[in-house]
Design a protein around this ligand. Structure first.
Ligand SMILES: Nc1ncnc2c1ncn2[C@@H]1O[C@H](COP(=O)(O)OP(=O)(O)OP(=O)(O)O)[C@@H](O)[C@H]1O
Ligand SMILES: [Mg+2]
Length: 235
């Protein structure tokens, strides 16, 4: 089992503290849901963990390897991959080239294997290898964005609002893949605006409001009584 340990993380953006002294742990094989209102700091947290935004303070360790302050490539190579908000694929490149671009730096044999793995997870993408990513549907592009993260064979995936703007059937498909990944041993931080989806899949949930966690623990009480969830959204 691997552990991603985040301690006392603080992030400042535009002169404002957007994540304030947050601590949590992810474990491989588990889905941790992260929900909360707009502007709570969820995406900022993901970007900072991925090395794209600077940290003001705090430590991030994956099995004892310090990741805080490291370059995004280092963080990725050490087992942490993010799927940022808004499926950012290279629209003019083919599906296959998008996956290969994401695997840049991997030894050739490993890259071939990883790309083949992604195609077995998403036959939808295998059927469209040569198609320009920008010509695919939003759902297919989101599969590709997740596929790009998977090429690195991460121990941990941070998935930010994958379901945004997608039809319920596609959301279901993506969430099934997330469940399968966790069952096969990946650790997942699942950020979702569909709180029912996140609470159903999450083994644990953090509710984030204004840069801090107002609730951390068992999703069940929040599923059973929406007024409790509402209360933590406001606190
Ligand atoms: N590029 C930026 N520069 C400065 N401040 C930003 C920037 N992007 C976001 N913020 C601020 O950071 C805070 C946290 O935003 P963030 O996008 O992390 O929240 P979120 O929880 O992901 O929200 P949402 O549910 O809308 O995606 C907000 O106050 C937001 O205004
Ligand atoms: Mg966000």
């Amino acid at each position: 089992m691997s552990t991603l340990s985040v301690e006392n993380l603080t992030i400042r953006r535009g002169g404002k503290t957007v994540v304030d002294n947050v601590s949590f742990t992810l474990e491989t094989g588990r889905i941790t849901a992260l929900i909360g209102p707009n502007g709570a700091g969820k995406s900022s947290l993901v970007l900072a963990l991925a090395g794209v935004l600077p940290l003001e303070a705090g430590s991030v360790e994956l099995d004892g390897v310090p990741l805080a302050g490291q370059a995004p490539e280092f963080i990725r190579a050490n087992g942490l991959a993010a799927v940022p908000e808004g499926h950012r694929v290279l629209t003019v490149l083919s599906v296959d080239d998008n996956l290969r671009a994401a695997g840049f730096g991997l030894p050739m044999a490993e890259m071939e294997e990883s790309v083949a793995d992604v195609y077995s997870i998403f036959p939808e993408l295998a059927e469209r290898k040569g198609q320009k990513a920008g010509s695919m549907s939003g759902g297919q592009q989101q599969m590709l964005a997740l596929g790009q993260a998977l090429v690195a064979r991460p121990k941990f995936i941070l998935a930010d609002e994958m379901s945004l703007g997608l039809a319920p059937l596609i959301v279901k498909r993506l969430m099934n893949v997330v469940s399968d990944l966790a069952e096969r041993g990946t650790g997942v931080l699942l950020i979702e605006q569909f709180t029912n989806v996140a609470l159903k899949l999450g083994h644990e949930v953090h509710v984030m409001t204004r840069g801090h966690f107002s609730y951390s623990g068992d999703p069940l009480p929040l599923v059973e009584d929406a007024s409790i969830l509402h209360k933590y959204y406001l606190s």
